[in-house]
Design a protein around this ligand. Structure first.
Ligand SMILES: Cc1ncc(C[n+]2csc(CCOP(=O)(O)OP(=O)(O)O)c2C)c(N)n1
Ligand SMILES: [Mg+2]
Length: 428
């Protein structure tokens, strides 16, 4: 033992290392979860000062009750057509994920990431934004592109890194980018999108524009320094930005406790920065919509940023490179007390008399067929390792406006070696 001998009788200190409650094979019991009633959260005016509604960072904004009814102050009162559009985009996102996961297992791409169980977080939020608001997503919000009607074939071309890939194979599969759809290039470096979103929002405000920014990161990513510097800038300049934290309980194999979940909520991060904070049932599409709509109104009327924690669950592995059965109990998802967002919206529509099981089955069939047809189309441009990739020399292009001399030299060297090796050119 080291330290001052005067403390010799003091019991030694010990380090607290968080441990998840359930491990593989464990029976899961979520009965100690504090789930407030769907109508219990109050809805402040969008002009209210964030210090007057701190309790919303610790509760849970919910709209759909256990009977599938929309209740309480946050009910966005959407019409049936809008609800069906939302359901369809969420179901399409899931169908796309299923198909691309299988494509990876068939060796057609090296990598894929599903968003199963988290579809409301991207789809419902996107529907509450204006179509020209700028999104700075992480890798698990493919639902944004799907909701904005981006081409499934383009998404697949990118996943396959084939000759149709607009990003020329320069990005890891699923790291899309679309200027037309207001979808900022995804970065694998966690949370870089946060300061970028805040900077974009500051620029939009300083130019007197009316567009706002929205960004998403996982709960694990809130441990990054970028998260905190982004919150400081957002608060200081009252940037018109929505800061979404998708708390899906897991960061690959690390549970949320390693990002601070044992101490407080992620929404409570907002309080220290003087930012409006909401904690929302992320598996309740209407709650996600209502919270985003509220935050967007705050942003657009110069009330500044809102941090929204979406409390949800990552139903599948982190990516195709992961095996969650090695570190968590399979029962977690089947016992998740907040259910499946697609089922909840479906049941709501049925309760309204605006939907039924037959229509759901027909829609699922139609969407699976649509994804299959898109896949067929994309595969005409090639799949991983099968011929029709980008021309090799393009890997040197598109980074600098004018290619520096040393890259020109390397590009030429590569082409010369290709010819010397007897591989048939030309590649252009
Ligand atoms: C700066 C940085 N650190 C670590 C990684 C490796 N990494 C990739 S995803 C991930 C987990 C992120 O978890 P979370 O933020 O909760 O998002 P989720 O995957 O659950 O959506 C880690 C550690 C990385 N890509 N970038
Ligand atoms: Mg996570």
């Amino acid at each position: 033992m080291t330290g001052d001998p005067k403390r010799a009788n003091l019991p030694p200190m010990s380090l607290h290392v968080p441990e998840p409650k359930f491990r593989p094979g464990d029976d899961v019991d979520f009965s100690d979860f504090d789930i407030p009633a769907a109508d219990s959260a109050r809805r402040p005016d969008t002009g209210d000062n964030p210090r007057d509604f701190h309790e919303l960072a610790f509760g849970l904004v919910r709209v759909l009750d256990d009977q599938g009814k929309a209740v309480g102050a946050w009910d966005p009162k959407l019409d049936a057509d809008t609800l069906r559009t939302m359901l369809r985009s969420m179901a399409l996102t899931r169908a796309f994920d299923e198909r691309m996961f299988r494509a990876q297992r068939q060796g057609k791409t090296s990598f894929y990431m599903k968003s199963t169980g988290e579809e409301a977080v991207s789809v419902a939020a996107t529907m509450a934004l204006a179509s020209d608001d700028m999104c700075f997503p992480s890798y698990r919000q493919q639902g944004i592109l799907i909701t904005r009607g981006y081409s499934l074939v383009e998404m697949m071309n990118q996943i396959y890194s084939n000759k149709g890939d607009k990003l020329q194979g320069k990005q890891l599969p699923i790291m899309y980018s679309s200027r037309e759809k207001g979808f900022f290039s995804i970065s694998g470096n966690l949370t870089t999108q946060y300061p970028q979103a805040v900077g974009w929002a500051m620029a939009s405000a300083s130019k007197g524009d009316s567009r706002i920014a929205a960004t998403w990161c996982g709960e694990g990513s809130t441990a990054e320094g970028d998260f905190h510097s982004a919150c400081t800038f957002a608060s200081v300049y009252r940037a018109p930005v929505i800061l979404n934290v998708v708390n899906n309980q897991w960061a690959i194999s690390s549970f949320s406790g390693f990002a601070g979940a044992e101490a407080t909520t992620f929404a409570a991060r907002a309080i220290g920065y003087g930012i409006a904070g909401l904690r929302v049932d992320g598996n309740d599409p209407l709650a996600v919509y209502a919270a985003t709509h509220w935050a967007a109104e705050r942003a657009r009327t110069n009330q500044g940023p809102t941090l929204i924690e979406h409390f949800t669950y990552r139903a599948e592995g982190h990516s195709t490179s992961d095996d969650p059965s090695a570190y968590r109990s399979a029962q977690e998802w089947s016992s998740w007390p907040l259910g499946d967002p697609i089922m909840r919206l479906k049941n709501h529509l049925i309760a309204l008399g605006e939907w039924d099981e037959d229509r759901q089955a027909a829609m699922d069939k139609e969407l699976a067929e649509m994804v299959r047809a898109a896949q067929k189309e994309a595969e005409k441009n090639g799949v991983l390792g099968h011929g029709m990739h980008q021309k090799f020399e393009t890997m040197f292009e598109g980074v600098y406006e004018d290619m520096p001399w040393h890259l020109k030299e390397q590009q030429q060297q590569m082409l010369d070696e290709d010819v010397a090796a007897g591989r048939p050119g030309p590649r252009r």
